[in-house]
Structure formats: C-alpha cells, structure tokens
Design a protein around this ligand. Structure first.
Ligand SMILES: [Mg+2]
Length: 490
C-alpha cells in the first residue's frame, strides 16, 4: 500500500490540503465511500465551463425576443460566490449572516445603501426560505446572468417589459433547455481538456481507499453517456492496474435524481451499455454494472451496508449533504473547491487578522473602562444630590469638580472607542476585500459566520477543498471534532 502519512505529517499540511472536522468520524467504521461526480471527482475549469453556460443561455434570451444588445454582456467568473441568496422579486443578490441578517445587498452592479437594505430586509424577521440559494457552481453563472440583466434593466428602463421574477423564470427555462438540447454537453464532450482539470492525485487517493478494503461507488445525477466520457477522461489512463475507470467503483449509479434519491422510493434500472436500453433491476446490484434511478434505502438493503457505514463525498450542500445526512444518516464530506484558493489568501492575511484581534482587545478594555467611569459618575451624582439636600455646600462643590474631571475623561474615552470602532471596521473590510472585492470571505460576514458557514457546520461531518486531500490521511483515521468540546474546555 502507498505510504500513508502519520499524524506528525498531518500537522505539517498546509490548510488547503487539510480535512476539517465538524462532527467526529472514525474512518475505521466506514465500509463504503460514495462520490458525486460533477465538481467533486470532476473538477471543471470554471472560467471556460461557466462562460459556456452563460453564452449558450444568453443566445436563447436573444432568440426569444430580448434586446440584441444583451449579447454584449460579459461573463465574470469572480463576480459571485456560493452561499449568496437571490431575491427574484426585487432583482437583488444578498449576503446573509448566520442570524439571517442581510449584511450586503446588490441590485445589478449597484450596492444598496445601508438604510435601504435595512428597511427592505432587516426590519421584520427575514425569511431566507423564500429566496433562491446560490448552492452550486452551475448556479453561479446563472445568477451572474440574472445580475447582468437586472443591471441592464436599471440602466435601460422600459426596454424589457417584464418583472424580475419573469426574467428569472425565463432564465431557468433557457438553462434547462441548454442542458436538455445538449448545447453545453456537446462542447464539453468534444473538448474535455478545455473544460475539465485533471487531478493527478485522484487515482492514488481512490486506490488507497480500495486497498484499505472500502467499497467505492459513484452516485451522480449526470447521464451515463456524459458520466462515461468524463470519467474516462479523468481516470481512464491514470493507472497501469486499472485501465478502465469502472474498475475503481463497485457500484455505478447515474441519473440518480438527488436529492430525491435520498428521500424517494424510485426503483433501480440497469443500463445495457452496448445497446443503450434500460431494464428494471431484478435481484441484487451487480458489481461494475451501470444503474440509473434508485433510492438510498434500497441501495443499503441490496448492498447490506448501513447508512452510518457510508461516507458520501459531494459538493452540493443541499442535494448531496443535507439530504443524505437527514434522510438516511449517511456520514458526509463536503468538497468546497473555492476554499482552496481562499485559504491561500487567508494564510497571507494572517497578520491582518491578528492586527484586527489586538484592536478588538484594546476596544474591549476601553469599553470596560468606560462602563466603570459611567457607574462612578452616576454614584457621584447621587452623592452630590445627597450633600446638597443636607446643606453640605463645600462637599457638594468638591464632588462637582471631581465629577467634571471624570466626565471629561469619559468623553475622551468615548471618542477613543468611536475611533477604535471605525478602525476595526475599516481593517475588517479591507481584509475581506482582499479575499473577494465585493462579497468578502465565503464562510464569514465581517468576522461573523455566514449563512453558508452555518450550513456547512450543521450538515457536513467533514469538509475540504479537494477529494484528493483524503490521500494525506489514513483510511482508518479517527477524525475528532473540536465542536464536541465546550467553551470552558479551551
Ligand atoms: Mg456535484
């Protein structure tokens, strides 16, 4: 077996090579590891892939009668990040913190002023459920196109006589058409090298798990034809031993209809790859055969593997992770690809974070001092009133003077606090802007957790930036979570 690093080496790993633990997990108890395909095993060259989806969808807008000027709209792979919410009725894109408070809002390319944002979203309790969540990479190009059209509508009133909601409905329809009519897939399959990035450690990573006795399976919503072409491209010739990508996986489940796969009761169908015909499954799942449809409960029954013995690896917080954990109690590893580049940036910004933290400590001390001064002032006020009432004129005068001194001191301290608040805010914003100029960190809003971070913490047992990071850990590793500790344990 390939050499596996010990724990000493793990501590030397860079952050973007690590697995992070939300819930303790003993890999020794895991018998099967399932993998999603798109954006999990198959890593797309995002700029090329999403630009393609953007352009193909735009063509359909213009063909259906939208202004031809829209053809000049440009794709920007970095405009949006995952975890944002889309208010389709108002045409706004929002970043929300873990308490569902809208912290940043954009209408097209225009940032909403603080008072507008507050009056629209934050006065009454805000229902994130009524909004669309930007969960997948596919939805990044979709929502960017929506943002561009909203921006166009704001700049050119009356040129598009539709509500934002109607524009979004059209957008959804055109995207579905682009997928259904093969506009996107045809390009990808003709030149996978342009759209897909090979991970040279993927084959080794999978083999380590196989050699450790784990059953691997593929569980994808993509069709057999698309799956076969892409998996052949990424794993077809990566090993002398495995000359067909199918040799890595005991079970291959395509067109699975996740998240319905985890909650529904659809039967399995076997695909006859030579003829392309499909027949209902009779009997057990045969190894290396290709199945479509199906459901998680039946999969467990047929393979004899319990839900908590399965680790599922996917990139979709809802379709892969939340449902699989909730409905069938599978253990989960979320792949957050963009965390890789973000962690590199954050590593370079460590100093900026410690500067912010020391300013915050300074602020906390100044704030405590101010509270003490305020209570002293109140005490002196009462003392002075008491002396005056008793006719102790001199004593009252003396207290009055002392009080003035304290009041001046407290005024100075209040000004200092305001200055510190401003400095902390400026430093925090500058740091976030170096991660992403508009939206800041994926998992944070300012220094607090973002809604996306909360979902990751609640549903993913583990998370990492790439599947191949598994190779740094033993297939029997006990991952322990600091979340099992309480605040007083530190
Ligand atoms: Mg996926």
């Amino acid at each position: 077996m390939a050499n596996l690093p010990g724990s000493r080496n793990i501590s030397r790993l860079k952050k973007w090579q690590r697995l992070f633990v939300n819930r303790s997990l003993n890999m020794g108890n895991i018998k099967a590891i399932g993998f999603d395909m798109d954006h999990t095993l198959v890593v797309y060259n995002r700029e090329a892939f999403e630009a393609l989806a953007f352009r193909e969808t735009l063509k359909k807008f213009i063909a259906s009668g939208y202004p031809e000027e829209l053809a000049t709209l440009a794709f920007d792979p970095n405009l949006l990040i995952r975890g944002l919410l889309v208010d389709m009725d108002r045409g706004n894109v929002l970043k929300v913190d873990g308490h569902k408070y809208v912290k940043v809002a954009y209408h097209g390319h225009v940032r909403l002023a603080k008072d507008v944002r507050r009056s629209v979203y934050n006065i009454e309790s805000f229902k994130a459920g009524s909004l669309l969540s930007v969960d997948t990479f596919f939805s990044l190009s979709e929502v960017q196109l929506f943002t561009e059209i909203v921006d166009y509508m704001a700049r050119n009133p009356n040129k598009i006589q539709k509500s934002y909601r109607e524009v979004y409905d059209d957008l959804r329809r055109f995207i579905d058409q682009s997928h259904a009519d093969g506009s996107i897939k045809t390009h990808v399959l003709a030149h996978p090298e342009k759209f897909v990035r090979k991970d040279k450690y993927l084959a080794l990573t999978l083999k380590q798990q196989i050699e450790a006795g784990k059953s691997l399976f593929l569980l994808t919503n993509s069709s057999w034809e698309y799956t076969n072409a892409l998996m052949t491209y990424i794993l077809g010739d990566e090993s002398d031993e495995f000359t067909d990508w199918r040799q890595y996986f005991e079970y291959i489940l395509v067109s699975s209809g996740k998240p319905g796969f985890f909650t529904g009761s659809q039967p399995f169908y076997e695909i006859q790859t030579k003829t392309g015909t499909v027949k209902p499954l009779a009997g057990p799942l045969a190894e290396r055969s290709i199945y479509q449809g199906g459901n998680a409960k039946l999969f467990q029954q047929l393979t004899g593997i319990r839900g908590d013995e399965i680790l599922f690896v996917g990139d979709h917080i809802y379709g892969d992770i939340i449902r699989s954990k909730h409905s069938v109690n599978w253990r989960t590893l979320l792949v957050i690809e963009e965390l890789g580049t973000e962690l590199v940036k954050l590593e370079a910004l460590k100093r900026a974070l410690s500067d912010i933290r020391s300013k915050m400590e300074e602020r906390e001390i100044a704030d405590e001092d101010l509270q003490v001064l305020h209570s002293k002032l109140r005490w002196q006020e009462r003392l002075m009133a008491h002396s005056q009432a008793n006719g102790e004129v001199k004593k009252a005068e003396y207290i009055g003077k002392e009080r003035e001194k304290l009041a001046t001191k407290s005024g100075r301290l209040a000004t200092r606090l305001e200055k510190l608040d401003f400095e902390i805010k400026t430093m925090t914003e500058a740091r976030a802007a170096r991660v992403h100029p508009v939206w800041g960190e994926l998992m944070k809003v300012g220094l607090e957790r973002s809604r996306f971070a909360d979902q990751v913490a609640d549903y993913a047992c583990l998370y990492t930036s790439a599947v191949s990071n598994l190779r740094f850990y033993s297939p029997f590793k006990r991952f322990s979570s600091v979340h099992d500790m309480l605040a007083h344990d530190f």
